[in-house]
Write a protein that binds this ligand. Structure first.
Ligand SMILES: [Zn+2]
Ligand SMILES: [Zn+2]
Length: 725
C-alpha cells in the first residue's frame, strides 16, 4: 500500500510524492493515540480519505495493505483486530505488537527483486514478510537496501526506481541466483502461497503436516525464532538486532549459513533458515526429530557440563519445549507438535524414576504409556515381579536389552514385551499355565522338567504334580529356546511339505529305539534336530513339525551307535526258529531295548544277544554239563530236579525247546557228586563208601537215579569219626 500510495503520488504529480501522505493523514494525530500509517492504515478515517482520493472502495484498498496477511499471521486462539466500517463491513487488521508478533519488514526498509522492479516499478506486498526472501519467478534472492550506498530502501524509492539517498538505479542491483535449489525454492513457494491466497497449494500438501497454514506458519516462525537464538531480530527497523548464541546449532542444521559472516537478518540468512525449517516439516515428524537432534548437538549444549547426563537431556529439552509449547504453541491446534515432541523423547529415553521426577512429566507433556522403553523398575511393575527377576530375564535373553540414550545400568526393556510377559505371568506359573504357555501336555512338561529344561521351584508334598509351581524365568527361557530353534513355515502361502510329521508321529517312530518325544524336543533345543512351526502366533510344542527322513536317519544312527540289531538279526545270532525266538521274548528271556512298548519293540542290544548262550544252555549242553545222557536230564527236569534252573521247556511252559540257566546249572552240578567222584574225594575204596552209606553216615539223593548221586556235603565226614570197616 505504501507503494500504491507513492505510485498515486507520482501519477498525480504531487511533488514530492510523499505529499499524499500528508494529505491523507493530516490532522489525524489528534484522533488516536497512535499515528496511523498510509502503508498500513488502521483507522476508518484514513481509509475513507484514501477512498476519496483514489476513487477505490475501502475493501480493495484494504487488500493492498499488509492487513490482508492478518489471517495467516493470526495465531490460533487469538481474536483478530477488526476495522468496522460505517456500512457494516468488517475488515481484519494485523495483530499489534502486544497481541502477536508482526514479522513484516518496514515500508522504509524494503527488500525487492531488481528484475521485477525493472518490469514494473512497484513495491510488491509479497516482499513484506520476513520469511519471504526470494523471488520465485526470477529464482533469485531479494535485495535488501541500496547496493551502491548500503542504506535502506523505502517503498517510495522502489516506485521511482532509484535510491532515495544516492540515486543509484535499483534495477542495476546485483542478485544472487537460487535457481536449482529445490529445498529453498519449495519453502519460498509454500510460504508465498500462504501469504498469497491463504492456503497450502495441492502440490505442497505431501510436504507439510496436514494443518492450517496459520498453524504451520507459527511452527516455522517458532523454529526459525529458535534458530536465531531465542530473541527475535528487530527486522521491522531494517534490523540487525540479532542475537547469536546458538552458532553451533545453526552451523549443524543450516550449513549454508557458515558462509554468511553477517549477523543481520539478510535475505540470504532468512532464505537458508526458512529453507531448513520448512524442511523440518517434511515426513512429519521425522524431519522435526532431525531438527531436535541437531538442536541437542549444538555447541553450547554439547559443551555444557553434564551434557551426557540423563537429567541434563531432560532439562535441556524441557527448556526448549517449555519455551515453545507454553508460550507460542499452547493452543490445541499445535497438538501435532506436542505429539511429535513427545514421540521424540519417548522413543529415545526409557521411562524411569528420572523421567517421573522431570518437569516435562510433571507438566503432563510426557505420558508414561507413550514411552517405547522402560526401566527395570517399571518393567518389574508391569510384569508383576521384582527388578532382580527382570535382570535375570534380561541376562537370559527372554527380554531383549535395548539401548536408550539415558543408558541405564541394566539396560532398557520394551514396554510391549514387558506387557505381553506380564499377561503371561498374571499369576505364578502353575503346571496348567506352563502347559498353556508351551502349548503341550502334562507329560511333556514333566519330561521337560526332568530334562532340566524347566525348573520346578515348588513341589508340594502329597498334593501331586498338578500343584507344581515353575520358575517363570525357566519357562520363558524354555519357550525362547524353542522359538529360536524352529523354522517358521508359511503353510498359508503354500509352503506345505508332505514329508512333515507331527510330534506324535515322531514319538511313535522313536519308541523303537526306546526314546520318547522329549528326546526329540531336547534335540530341537540343542539345535541338532530341525523342527518347523506354522508362521504366526507363539510357538506351541504340540504344533511342531518334523521331517520324516530326519527322524528315520536319527533312529538309524542311534541303532548303529548303540550296537543294536533288529529282531531278525537277533534271531539269526541266537540261531533259533522265529517261533522259539518270539516265545522266548514273550517269556522275557530276550528283552528288546525299547522295553516301554514291547509290541513295537524292534531293536535288541547286540552284545546282549551275542551273550545269550553265555547265559542259557540247551538240554543237550545241559546234559553235557551235568554229565548224564540227555534223556536222563530231561527226565530229572520233568521230575522237578532243575526247578529254578530250567527256564523254559515243555514240562514248564509248554515250549518246544528246553533252556537252562548256565550258571545255576553249573552251581547245581558243583553241589552234586556221582559215586565215583565221592570215592575219589574221600580217598577210600568204593566198598568203604558202600559200608558208610549203609551205616547211615550219608545218603544218596533219592530223586536222582538210577545211578547213585550224593550231595557234596557227603565229603565233609571227618576222618576221626569214620569207624573202621
Ligand atoms: Zn522477480
Ligand atoms: Zn544508495
Amino acid at each position: 500500500m505504501g507503494s500504491y500510495a507513492g505510485e498515486l503520488g507520482v501519477a498525480n504529480h504531487y511533488d514530492p510524492p510523499s505529499l499524499l501522505r500528508a494529505l491523507v493523514l493530516g490532522g489525524q494525530s489528534n484522533l488516536d493515540r497512535f499515528h496511523d500509517r498510509v502503508a498500513c492504515p488502521t483507522n476508518a478515517v484514513t481509509y475513507e480519505r484514501l477512498a476519496t482520493l483514489t476513487q477505490r472502495d475501502i475493501p480493495t484498498l484494504h487488500a493492498l495493505t499488509p492487513h490482508r496477511f492478518a489471517p495467516i499471521l493470526m495465531a490460533p486462539g487469538y481474536e483478530a483486530r477488526t476495522l468496522d466500517l460505517s456500512d457494516g463491513t468488517r475488515l481484519d487488521l494485523l495483530p499489534t505488537e502486544r497481541t502477536g508478533l508482526v514479522p513484516l519488514r518496514s515500508d522504509r526498509a524494503c527488500q525487492y527483486c531488481p528484475f521485477c522492479v525493472a518490469e514494473l516499478p512497484q513495491h510488491r506486498l509479497i516482499w513484506t514478510p520476513t520469511l519471504v526472501s526470494a523471488c520465485v519467478r526470477h529464482e533469485c534472492l531479494l535485495v535488501l537496501g541500496c547496493h551502491a550506498c548500503g542504506r535502506t530502501t523505502a517503498a517510495q524509492a522502489i516506485v521511482v526506481g532509484h535510491c532515495g539517498w544516492c540515486g543509484a538505479d535499483l534495477r542495476d542491483a546485483p542478485t544472487t541466483s537460487v535457481a536449482g535449489d529445490d529445498d529453498g525454492l519449495t519453502a519460498q513457494r509454500i510460504i508465498q502461497a500462504w501469504f498469497g491466497d491463504g492456503s497450502t497449494p495441492d502440490w505442497a500438501r505431501p510436504l507439510v503436516p496436514d494443518q492450517p497454514p496459520n498453524v504451520l506458519y507459527r511452527v516455522i516462525d517458532g523454529l526459525q525464532h529458535h534458530l536465531q537464538g531465542g530473541r527475535r531480530p528487530n527486522v521491522t527497523r531494517g534490523g540487525t538486532g540479532w542475537t547469536y548464541t546458538r552458532r553451533g546449532f545453526i552451523a549443524s542444521y543450516v550449513p549454508a549459513l557458515l558462509r554468511d559472516e553477517s549477523l543481520s537478518m539478510t535475505p540470504y540468512r532468512s532464505y537458508h533458515m526458512t529453507s531448513a525449517v520448512v524442511k523440518s516439516l517434511r515426513a512429519w515428524p521425522a524431519g522435526f526429530h532431525t531438527f531436535l537432534d541437531a538442536y541437542r548437538e549444538r555447541d553450547d549444549a554439547r559443551d555444557a557440563p553434564g551434557h551426557d547426563n540423563y537429567n541434563y537431556v531432560l532439562l535441556d529439552l524441557a527448556g526448549l519445549y517449555g519455551l515453545w509449547m507454553r508460550t507460542h504453541w499452547n493452543h490445541p491446534a499445535f497438538a501435532f507438535v506436542h505429539e511429535a515432541f513427545e514421540g521424540y523423547v519417548t522413543a529415545r529415553l526409557s521411562f524411569s524414576q528420572k523421567v517421573k521426577r522431570s518437569v516435562l512429566y510433571h507438566n503432563g507433556l510426557l505420558r508414561a504409556e507413550k514411552f517405547v522403553y522402560i526401566g527395570i523398575g517399571e518393567a518389574a511393575k508391569i510384569i508383576g515381579t521384582n527388578p532382580e527377576m527382570v535382570i535375570r530375564l534380561l541376562d537370559a535373553g527372554v527380554l531383549a536389552r535395548h539401548d536408550t540414550e539415558d543408558k541405564p545400568k541394566y539396560g532398557s526393556v520394551s514396554r510391549v514385551e514387558a506387557k505381553s510377559l506380564g499377561a503371561v505371568w498374571a499369576s505364578a506359573p502353575s503346571r496348567p499355565q506352563v502347559m498353556a504357555r508351551l502349548g503341550t501336555g502334562p507329560h511333556i512338561v514333566e519330561d521337560l522338567a526332568d530334562a532340566g529344561l524347566l525348573a520346578v521351584v515348588n513341589k508340594p508334598g502329597g498334593k501331586g504334580k498338578q500343584h507344581w509351581a515353575f520358575d517363570p524365568v525357566s519357562v520363558e527361557v524354555c519357550h525362547k529356546r524353542f522359538s529360536d530353534n524352529v523354522t517358521r513355515l508359511d503353510t498359508e502361502a503354500g509352503v506345505i511339505r508332505d514329508d512333515l510329521i507331527t510330534i506324535l508321529d515322531v514319538a511313535h517312530i522313536i519308541q523303537a529305539v526306546d526314546m520318547r518325544a522329549i528326546a526329540a524336543l531336547v534335540r530341537v533345543v540343542e539345535g541338532t534336530l530341525a523342527a518347523y512351526h506354522p508362521v504366526g502366533g507363539e510357538v506351541h510344542l504340540a504344533d511342531l513339525l518334523f521331517v520324516r527322513g530326519d527322524i528315520e536317519a536319527w533312529v538309524a544312527a542311534v541303532k548303529d551307535e548303540q550296537g543294536w540289531v533288529n529282531q531278525e538279526e537277533a534271531r539269526a545270532i541266537i540261531g533259533v526258529v522265529p517261533k522259539t525266538f518270539v516265545f522266548w521274548m514273550r517269556q522275557k528271556l530276550i528283552a528288546p531295548v525299547a522295553s516301554r512298548d514291547r509290541e513295537n519293540a524292534r531293536y535288541f542290544d547286540r552284545a546282549e544277544i551275542e551273550g545269550f548262550w553265555d547265559t542259557y544252555v540247551t538240554a543237550r549242553d545241559a546234559a553235557a554239563i551235568v554229565g548224564v545222557h540227555v534223556h536222563q536230564l530231561l527226565k530229572w527236569t520233568r521230575q522237578g530236579v532243575f526247578e529254578g534252573i530250567c527256564v523254559s521247556g515243555r514240562s514248564l511252559d509248554n515250549a518246544y525247546a528246553y533252556l537252562f540257566d548256565r550258571m545255576k546249572l553249573i552251581r547245581w552240578r558243583e553241589g552234586h557228586m556221582t559215586q565215583r567222584e565221592l570215592v575219589t574225594a574221600l580217598g577210600v575204596t568204593r566198598f568203604t563208601v558202600h559200608n558208610w552209606e549203609k551205616a547211615g553216615r550219608f545218603a544218596r539223593i533219592p530223586e536222582l537215579g538210577p545211578a547213585p548221586w550224593y550231595a557234596r556235603s557227603a565229603t565233609l565226614i571227618a576222618p576221626t569219626n569214620v569207624a573202621p570197616a
